[in-house]
Design a protein around this ligand. Structure first.
Ligand code: SF4
Length: 334
């Protein structure tokens, strides 16, 4: 695989080829959340209950189900005293309270970058700010963050909803955001909010996470060069859906979100020389490999990896799991 979008010397520029975005696929928060469930299964044995999809990917959820994870929507479905893992998207404080009331043992796999937004929300609410939370209504992360300070938080779902936003004191207002939004659309929303509230404050650091930003930037670099851009990801994965939008805005003639190789319609390839491929932050590489195999069968055997950024971030497992694993090692080692 080449690491550049420039065809190798002598290569026929009219050859069918794939430009493969890097970075793509698993981010540090997803990797940690999936490992959390795997290690909990290894350590405690099945069943391990998981509230909501641990990450928004069907393949990952099914693979964990086969190993004994049981996915539920709410704590009420978990037997009293059992172990439940909270997903990477984060939960409102009341979910922790419900779990404690049912005597559940919990492991919180909330991504640390989502936790950071929760902390910002708590801090600004304590200082009695109105918090304008830019995000998609109903998304689990937004529900969790809003639950930190429901009286102070107003959801702003894109630039078109700015007109209806009201605050108590326009001199004490801050915006925060969901971690997996479109960078460009969020800037547009912030611009519209700032026109309305000129003293609007910004979050202390980016809420849209590094993984979302890097994947969108890598898509943007490739999109103008392709007739078709395929993003591997599930329909409920916010960051994956945003990558399709970014591909189209950045110049790809067509772009589709595909769950896996089987979802690729060969008719999309008619007249296409160059296909862009990437995957959302919750997508295991095995699904990208499948898509590349299918494309190779269709004549797109040349794959050039276009590297935008190297990612090295990793997160430690949740404290409660580390403590337990460490304790076990001491016991079994003694
Ligand atoms: Fe964390 Fe970003 Fe990955 Fe979400 S997409 S789990 S916020 S690193």
């Amino acid at each position: 695989m080449s690491s550049s979008a420039v065809p190798a010397a002598g290569a026929d520029p009219t050859s069918k080829r794939v430009l493969l975005a890097k970075p793509r696929g698993y981010c540090a928060g997803v990797d940690r959340a999936v490992q959390t469930v795997e290690q909990a299964l290894d350590h405690y044995g099945a069943p391990v209950y998981v509230r909501k999809q641990i990450v928004h990917n069907l393949h990952v959820v099914q693979a964990l189900e086969e190993r004994g994870a049981v996915f539920v929507e709410e704590n009420a479905e978990v037997p009293e005293g059992a172990l439940v893992v909270f997903s990477a998207h984060g939960v409102a404080p009341e979910v922790h309270e419900q779990a404690a009331a049912r005597g559940l043992r919990t492991i919180d796999a909330t991504c640390p970058l989502v936790t950071k937004v929760h902390q910002e929300a708590r801090r600004f609410a304590k200082d009695d700010y109105d918090i304008l939370l830019i995000g998609h209504e109903g998304h689990e992360e937004v529900v969790g963050t809003s639950g930190e300070a429901p009286a102070n938080i107003t959801l702003v779902d894109g630039p078109e909803s700015v007109a209806g936003v009201e605050v108590r004191d326009p001199e004490r207002v801050v915006w925060l955001s969901q971690t997996t939004l479109s960078v460009d659309e969020t800037l547009e929303t912030v611009g519209a909010l700032r026109e309305k509230f000129p003293l609007l404050q910004s979050p202390p650091s980016d809420d849209i996470c590094y993984a979302t930003q890097n994947r969108q930037a890598a898509v943007k670099a490739i999109a103008p060069q392709v007739e078709l851009f395929l993003v591997v990801g599930s329909a409920n994965s916010s960051n994956s859906v945003r990558m399709v939008e970014v591909a189209l805005t950045a110049g790809a003639k067509a772009s589709y979100l595909v769950e896996n190789a089987a979802a690729i319609d060969p008719a999309w390839l008619d007249g296409v020389t160059t296909v862009g491929v990437s995957s959302g932050a919750s997508v295991p590489e095995i699904l990208v490999d499948g898509a590349l195999r299918l494309l190779a069968e269709q004549g797109y055997g040349i794959v050039e990896e276009v590297a935008h950024t190297e990612e090295r971030l990793t997160f430690a497992l949740p404290r409660e799991l580390r403590r337990e694993l460490g304790a076990t090692r001491v016991v079994s080692g003694g």
